[in-house]
Design a protein around this ligand. Structure first.
Ligand code: SF4
Ligand code: MG
Length: 331
């Protein structure tokens, strides 16, 4: 498949008082048109930084220090800010966890949604207003013709997230990057919003990078999954393979930590002991070694590469348990 997005060996650094810290290291993945890739991992694993690197929205002390981010025929990692801004909100849109941070509180819903359409699609004010009402209706906002004149604070959290989705869709993007889009919402609303996002992306053929710490969301939404730990992808596979045959000890531990995948009823949930290492003090060797129940001697010193599993070209894992020489003998 011709890829829409190809991230290769992405490395993102932040300058701090203690010197440069690497928040994302050797991250690679690709995305075909219409596909949904979930980035999953605990907080601090580098998921959001990966997304912000792609969007060119890193904080001032952050920078892409290596690798490439090919979107269609351009490398976003080296594109000047002006060109990047044209791509954002046009071919690539972003949905954040808390819509209040991205909705302007002093503009009506109608004014802020039509702003991007007037700017990027060249619509007149009246045309844009019509289109906004259509979009609000499409994302399930009742009384859209009235809501269009409301300010964001008048809407509930769920309705604001719907408005945010309408805004993301307003320019017909090829890629939506959604960072924990439902985490701030209560469970019922969460399910509605996920269904909305899924239906809309299926209908419009929009590809999506969906960031979540919730494997339930992954099971619901993903075509493919990249599991992140301490700034790296540790396992990547299609969603069925990942749930049926997780290989990396971290993936296995994550699976055991969620209730409905935890096996026979009554079985105690296994929390992953320890916590994600700090960026400033990354462990040597495998970054998971001090939490890994299967750690071996070499894991402390040797850093595993992302290896392709024998016989499954789309399943990769960063773990010495799978460093089987036979993989290299086969064509
Ligand atoms: Fe565990 Fe070693 Fe694999 Fe790391 S490389 S996940 S420590 S077995
Ligand atoms: Mg985050």
């Amino acid at each position: 498949t011709p890829e829409l997005l190809q991230v290769r060996n992405l490395k993102t650094e932040f300058s701090t008082d203690q010197g440069a810290v690497t928040a994302v290291d050797e991250v690679s993945f690709s995305l075909a048109p219409g596909e949904t890739l979930c980035l999953v991992g605990e907080s601090g694993s580098g998921k959001s930084v990966t997304a912000l690197s792609i969007m060119g929205l890193l904080a001032d002390n952050g920078r892409v220090a290596g690798g490439s981010i090919r979107f269609e025929d351009q490398d976003l990692a080296t594109l000047p800010e002006r060109r990047l801004r044209a791509i954002r909100g046009n071919s690539i849109a972003m949905i954040f966890q808390e819509p209040m941070t991205s909705l302007n509180p002093v503009l009506t819903i109608g004014d802020q949604l039509s702003e991007t359409m007037i700017l990027h699609l060249g619509l007149t004010k009246a045309q844009a207003r019509e289109r906004v009402i259509e979009l609000l209706t499409k994302v399930g906002i009742p009384r859209a013709a009235e809501v269009v004149d409301d300010y964001p604070h008048r809407l509930s959290g769920g309705m604001r997230q719907r408005a945010m989705i309408a805004m993301a869709l307003s320019c017909g993007p090829k890629l939506i990057v959604a960072d924990e889009p439902t985490t701030a919402l209560d469970v019922t609303i969460q399910a509605q919003i996920l269904k909305l996002i899924r239906d809309l992306s299926a209908e419009t053929g929009t590809a999506m990078i969906l960031i979540t710490h919730d494997l339930g969301v992954v099971a619901e939404m993903a075509d493919r999954v990249a599991v992140m730990y301490a700034g790296q992808v540790v396992e990547q596979a299609d969603v069925f393979t990942l749930f049926d045959e997780p290989k990396h000890p971290y993936t296995t531990a994550l699976m055991r930590s969620i209730p409905h995948l935890a096996g026979p009823a009554g079985e105690r949930l296994t929390a992953i002991s320890g916590s994600v290492p700090s960026l400033a003090q990354m462990p040597t060797g495998c970054r998971f070694h001090d939490r890994c129940p299967q750690a071996m001697d070499r894991c402390r010193d040797d850093r595993p590469e992302l290896l392709q599993l024998n016989g499954s070209p789309d399943h990769t894992v960063r773990c010495w348990l799978y460093d089987v020489p036979v993989a290299k003998v086969l064509p």
